[in-house]
Design a protein around this ligand. Structure first.
Ligand SMILES: *Cc1c(COP(=O)(O)O)cnc(C)c1O
Length: 353
């Protein structure tokens, strides 16, 4: 028996590590990244700006300028508080840390896997409510689960990863108003969706939003944010590690996230490409394609595992979800550039020919 095997908590030994597949030289359509690089002109200006970063000093602890930049980019009202995280994953972890030993975290299934993983790292009780066949939340089942488990935290991805839909707003409102839990709506895909609960924070004290810049072109920065009432943010801020947003991230964000026009233009391209890709996928008989309000499309495929492998052999990496409960034979493709999407479609077609 190795040292670590004796030493480690059994529940952590039992967890399967979050698997990041190798992707060197592949068209990477597996992780909802933006396919767009900075223009040469912007890169030049960015590098000039970076020169002033003082790496001998600790970063700004409050990261005020970065907060202001994000507020402008996302039109966050001044009256709300903002808490920054090293990716929104760190903020999910911070929320789990705020819970008591016996508390329950509730989410839906299938959804973003980090809710469950982080709840378990933090030794919290994790419960999930299955979505209906069309990936909606059954309001009555949810209500029952809230009564049974009396959760402290409810995580809802809005739009939902990996299904791509936004849930019925009325159902979400009913959840928020019928629980003592903090309800965390994870709006990682807000740019690609038609609805948001940002304005609703003013109305619901137990509503907290998560957003990130990862899905809008800046996954490498590792920058996420929690938006809630000032009250909630100033208490939760005590749990944030000092200097959690490093200098390079702050300086980069302060410069690059000013480019609201570029960010919005890139999002518009993705939205148009999502429609094009959807229309093309729908025409392939062996697929069932789900509507999406995010920068990916979920589809059920005949011989999904074989199709996934065939794509990989042909240099395209997507996400295979066919082993996930309720997602049998499902694959998820991130929207790429026109050229990448066309290549993907061609390979899917040739697989079924
Ligand atoms: C990608 C994703 C995140 C992770 O965001 P980071 O800021 O990169 O940590 C959080 N929630 C959902 C639903 C996601 O899909």
């Amino acid at each position: 028996m190795s040292f670590i095997n004796n030493w480690l908590r059994p529940d952590i030994k039992a967890i399967n590590a979050y698997h990041i597949p190798p992707s060197t030289n592949m068209v990477k359509l597996d992780a909802m990244e933006s396919p767009f690089l900075l223009s040469d002109e912007l890169t030049g200006q960015y590098l000039t700006y970076l020169v002033d970063a003082q790496l001998n000093r600790y970063p700004s602890a409050s990261a005020n300028e970065t907060q202001q930049t994000l507020r402008k980019l996302m039109d966050i009202p001044d009256e709300f508080g903002v808490l920054l995280g090293n990716g929104s994953d760190e903020l999910i972890q911070l929320l789990a840390l705020a819970c008591d030993a016996q508390d329950t975290v509730l989410s839906v299934e299938p959804s973003f896997v980090m809710y469950e993983m982080i709840a378990k790292f933090a030794r919290l009780n994790y419960q999930s409510v299955p979505l209906t066949n069309d990936f909606e939340i059954d309001a009555d089942v949810m209500q029952k689960a809230i009564e049974t488990h009396n959760p402290k935290l409810i995580f809802i991805s809005y739009p939902n990863n990996p299904t791509g839909n936004v849930f019925n707003r009325i159902v979400i409102e009913r959840i928020i108003t019928s629980t003592k839990a903090m309800v965390v709506l994870d709006e990682a895909y807000y740019t690609y969706a038609t609805d948001s609960f940002l304005a609703d924070i003013a109305q619901y004290p137990n509503l907290v939003l998560l957003r990130t810049v990862s899905k809008i072109g800046f996954a490498g920065l590792r920058l996420g944010l929690l938006i809630a009432t000032q009250d909630t943010v100033s208490q939760l801020d005590k749990l944030r590690l000092p200097y959690n947003i490093n200098t390079l991230t702050q300086v980069s964000a302060n410069f690059l996230l000013q480019e609201k026009n570029m960010i919005n233009a890139n999002a518009s391209i993705i939205l148009a490409e999502r429609q094009t890709l959807f229309d093309k996928l729908v025409k392939i008989n062996f697929l069932k394609v789900y509507l999406s309000q995010a920068n990916f499309i979920l589809f059920k495929a005949l011989n999904a595992n074989e199709l996934f492998e065939f794509l990989k052999e042909n240099g395209i990496l997507i996400k295979n979800l066919s082993a996930t409960k309720q997602l049998t034979d499902c694959l998820r493709v991130t929207i790429g550039t026109e050229e990448q999407n066309q290549k993907f479609i061609n390979i899917v077609k040739s697989f079924y020919d």
